[in-house]
Design a protein around this ligand. Structure first.
Ligand code: SIN
Length: 296
């Protein structure tokens, strides 16, 4: 976890290169990471973002300062991805369904109805090679995908009881910007309408749309229950997030174990060369104290 937080903080910090104040103050002032999101603080994403702030600031001894902007206070869904690409914010965690409009449609696979039986199965995908391959797709848009975060499974709501597929016919449903979600509601005979998350409550209240799908935490924290008479537990789909930062100009390379060993071997002569200057007994004592062998 500590490694992940530090990696995330340094990736975001690298993305900030060129944004810091002048050279004199740059060394002293903390690196600021603006983290924008669209949900309430008291939700899985809101809490994860707050935890990230706590740990990133702690592990970097305050050198990194994370500013969290929840509830679309800075940007709505589509705007926040554009803001990241422009460098106006440094970190986001959009839902998988929101990457289509910037040209990455593959994350919409997570929107397929009933594709994930439970979170354990989801982990198999996100923590494995498939999850890594999907994150890599973000590179082409100048973004780096750092991690997957969960929300949970979606439920349906409307002002009429939704118990049979036929109950959806002709109703207008708010959807996230995903063609898979559009197909899902069209298949049920409903009329999907793409809308920013922050506009859903009002759209339900004024009848612009008749219903919506979301996770319990998003429904509750947006008070959708105030403007929807019926909620149906369907668990038909999943909402999760991809934590993204803008890719810096510097490419971070990882060494293979063979390359790592070659680097270590190449630098071993330094120990012999400086033994008389630093003192062999001191080097030995140092190695004993740290329990390290420079070769591993
Ligand atoms: C989110 O959880 O980030 C918002 C999901 C939505 O737009 O419905």
């Amino acid at each position: 976890m500590r490694k992940l937080i530090l990696a995330a903080a340094s990736a975001a910090a690298l993305a900030l290169t060129g944004f810091s104040a002048g050279p004199a103050s740059a060394a002293d002032s903390p690196i600021v990471i603006k983290f924008s999101h669209v949900v309430a603080s008291d939700t899985p994403k809101g809490k994860a973002a707050d935890k990230f702030k706590e740990l990133a600031e702690k592990y970097t001894n305050g050198k990194v300062k994370v500013e969290i902007y929840p509830n679309s206070t800075l940007y709505k869904d589509k705007e926040e991805l554009e803001a990241l690409q422009l460098g106006a914010v440094q970190m986001l965690a959009p839902s998988n369904s929101k990457f289509g409009p910037i040209g990455i449609k593959e994350f919409e696979v997570f929107d397929l109805p009933y594709i994930l039986p439970d979170l354990k199965t989801l982990r198999k995908v996100t923590d494995g090679p498939l999850g890594a391959r999907l994150l890599k797709l973000l590179d082409s848009k100048g973004m780096t995908g750092l991690a997957y975060w969960d929300n949970g499974f979606k439920q349906m709501s409307a002002n009429k009881k939704l118990l049979e597929p036929a109950d959806y016919k002709g109703l207008k449903f708010r959807i996230q910007s995903s063609k898979v979600l559009e197909a899902q509601f069209r298949t049920l005979g409903a009329i999907p309408q793409v809308m920013a998350f922050s506009d859903v409550y009002q759209a339900l209240q004024t009848g612009v749309v008749d219903g919506q799908e979301n996770t319990w935490s998003n429904i509750y924290t947006q008070k959708m229950h105030e403007v929807q008479k019926y909620m149906t537990t369907t668990n038909h789909g999943y909402i999760g997030y991809v934590v993204v930062v803008k890719t810096g100009k510097t490419e971070i390379l990882s060494l293979t174990p063979e390359q790592d060993e070659a680097m270590r071997k190449a630098m071993m002569p330094v120990y012999k060369d400086v033994a008389s200057r630093v003192g062999q007994p001191l080097i030995d004592e140092f190695l004993k104290e740290t329990g390290r062998s420079p070769m591993n």
